[in-house]
Design a protein around this ligand. Structure first.
Ligand code: SAH
Length: 570
């Protein structure tokens, strides 16, 4: 998967100017500023260490405007773990020094040079091979894969010790490097797609020039492909992508094979046989081989760009942003927003989900056009795009997930059913509000929308009556609006028939958003004018209790057990 855009991390306002200069070099990079210290960052964070480690684990290149030592200490616990190693750089606050720290194979020195050029200083490059040859031999450009890292390191140290080298095969990017070339040299850089025994005298670099066309439904497909390539004498590292028929987009075996082999999965209309499909993906193939009726391999003369072959399976994620605060958004949702091509939703929520990169397309619509938005999302995803539909809180709670599923259920378009659809949860307003007040929903509770826009009011009355009778704590979404002025008052009357006036009530307004408020009151004192459409209303059960805390509103909780309390629910 492509690496995310860099994160520029700053601790104080003094670094903002330098951060902005670096951002000019990487327009997709976001500036992450420490909350309360930095005004005007693209994102805010609260904990430097946790933020830096999370970025690192998500393989995000990090440009930290602070002392190198702080960055080293912060990331040290992660360094022994296998996994992501994105470029990590420390840059002096005033832009006077650029120090590449980690990610030598991820292009950190290239970034260091780019940033240094932007800041008009020189980068503190310490990698010998890079200094001597002007390129990192172990980090070939995209479209090429290194054979073996450990052997490669030995190879480079032999070169550094003064040996010369032969170049076999087309390696256009090495033309610029200052390599001690000699046709008689013992050491060779070998570029080619053929499977080759690793040996210490050779640095093997594979062009990603091989496309494998496959049919769906074969279990253990990845191993079958490995064996087929081996049988044909083709290196697995040269595999650029898998190609399948577009009718098989939703096939799980295909998806698993792509993941297992770590190559993109592309789809096109199969012209006839798999052999023809493989051939048509590669212009002027060097060779094309049929392996049974289910698989064919085509080899191009140069690396192929999988993005130009067929199209990917489209993806549609319906995500919940949580109540608003960035730190209440689940990491899977953040990752989904980062990979999105298109973002759809009510404008307020789309803005809440940002900032976005210039290449991401935003489709802001009115809150009421849910079905239309859902269909639009499928149309985009069916073209192979990566689409996100945003809801606040949780997408399955009075929000977009149900509309998206309804649109799919109604559709007979196979392209819609082939979309990779996923619903990603968020912290719903009732839960965010409850947490701030304590645990008012700590026992059985129910969730109701008081809006009668999409259901008859009689149903709402009946549910309120039964839920109140059943002694459930209650969370009211959409409690009131200008077009629904009297409904909340009526709802409270119904509840009051079953609950005493002292029943605790929690009102959370704009929870997790700027200007949030939290109030604890009672059913007897609650009047509709204390509530608006940005408010969450939580009504306690007969066992819900309140006690003061040292600061702020009282704690409210509903005990886990009824104890010996007798309740009349007749
Ligand atoms: N999917 C959302 C709910 C959408 S319905 C969720 O899971 O939270 C909209 C209603 O949710 C609003 O009328 C209000 O009652 C409540 N709500 C949403 N966000 C809120 C917030 N940040 N603070 C308080 N109430 C909120």
């Amino acid at each position: 998967m492509a690496r995310p855009a860099p994160a520029i991390v700053i601790l104080g306002n003094g670094s903002l100017a330098t951060a902005r200069r670096i951002q000019q070099r990487y327009p997709d990079a976001l500036i992450h500023g420490l909350a309360e210290r930095v005004v005007g960052a693209d994102r805010t964070y609260h904990e430097f260490g946790a933020t830096l480690r999370e970025l690192y684990q998500q393989d995000t290149p990090i440009i930290a405007l602070c002392a190198a030592g702080i960055v080293i200490r912060t990331l040290a616990p992660l360094l022994l773990e296998k996994g992501a190693e994105p470029p990590v750089l420390a840059v002096a606050e005033d832009g006077s020094a650029v120090v590449p720290l980690l990610g030598g194979l991820g292009g950190v020195n290239v970034m260091a040079r780019e940033i240094a050029a932007t800041l008009d200083v020189s980068a503190a490059i310490t990698t010998s091979g890079e200094l001597r040859f002007g390129t990192c031999l172990l980090n070939p450009p995209s479209g090429y894969a290194l054979g073996d890292l450990e052997l490669g390191k030995r190879f480079v140290s032999d070169l550094l010790a003064g040996e010369s080298v032969r170049i076999e095969g087309p390696a256009p990017w090495l033309a610029e490097a200052q390599l001690p070339e000699d046709q008689q040299a013992r050491l060779a850089i070998h570029v080619g797609h053929a499977e080759r025994q690793a040996n210490a005298n050779e640095l093997l670099i594979y062009p990603r020039s091989v496309v494998v066309a496959v049919t769906a439904g074969t279990p253990d497909l990845a191993n079958i492909i490995r064996a087929a390539l081996h049988g044909a004498g083709i290196a697995l590292q040269s595999l650029a992508c898998l190609l399948a028929d577009e009718r098989d987009m939703a096939d799980v075996a295909l998806r698993d094979a792509g993941l297992d082999l770590a190559v993109p999965l592309r789809f096109s209309a199969r012209p006839g046989s798999v052999l023809e499909q493989a051939q048509s993906a590669v212009s002027a193939p060097l060779k094309a081989i049929e392996i049974g009726a289910d698989m064919a391999v085509a080899v191009a003369a140069a690396p192929v760009d999988p993005l130009l072959i067929g199209r990917p399976r489209g993806r549609l994620a319906v995500i919940g942003l949580g109540p608003g605060a960035a730190d209440l958004m689940v990491p899977a949702v953040k990752a989904e927003l980062a990979r999105a091509n298109d973002v759809l939703g009510y404008e307020t929520y789309v803005r809440m989900a940002g900032p976005f990169r210039a290449d991401q397309v935003l489709h802001c619509t009115d809150n009421r056009e849910e079905m239309q938005r859902a269909r639009h999302a499928f149309e985009l995803a069916a073209q192979g795009r990566c689409v996100v539909v945003v809801s606040s809180g949780d997408p399955g709670v009075f929000a977009m997930a149900a509309a998206v599923l309804e649109a799919l259920h109604e559709s007979r378009d196979p392209a819609w059913h082939n979309v990779d659809l996923e619903i990603l949860p968020g912290v719903s307003a009732s839960l965010a509000t409850a947490a701030q007040a304590g645990a008012p929903l700590g026992h059985d509770f129910c969730v109701l929308s008081l809006s009668d826009n999409l259901k008859p009011w009689e149903i709402i009355e009946k549910r309120l009556d039964l839920a109140a009778q059943a002694d459930l704590a209650m969370a009211f979404y959409n409690p009131i609006s200008r077009s629904r002025p009297w409904q909340l008052g009526r709802a409270l009357e119904i509840v009051a028939q079953h609950r005493v006036p002292e029943t605790p009530v929690v009102l959370g307004r704009d929870v997790g958003r700027p200007g949030q408020t939290l109030r604890v009151t009672t059913l007897g004192q609650l009047t509709p004018d204390q509530v608006d459409m940005r408010t969450m209303v939580l009504i306690g059960s007969s066992t819900t209790r309140v006690f003061p805390r040292l600061q702020g509103v009282s704690w409210v909780y509903t005990p886990r057990s009824y104890g010996d309390k007798l309740v009349d629910i007749s």
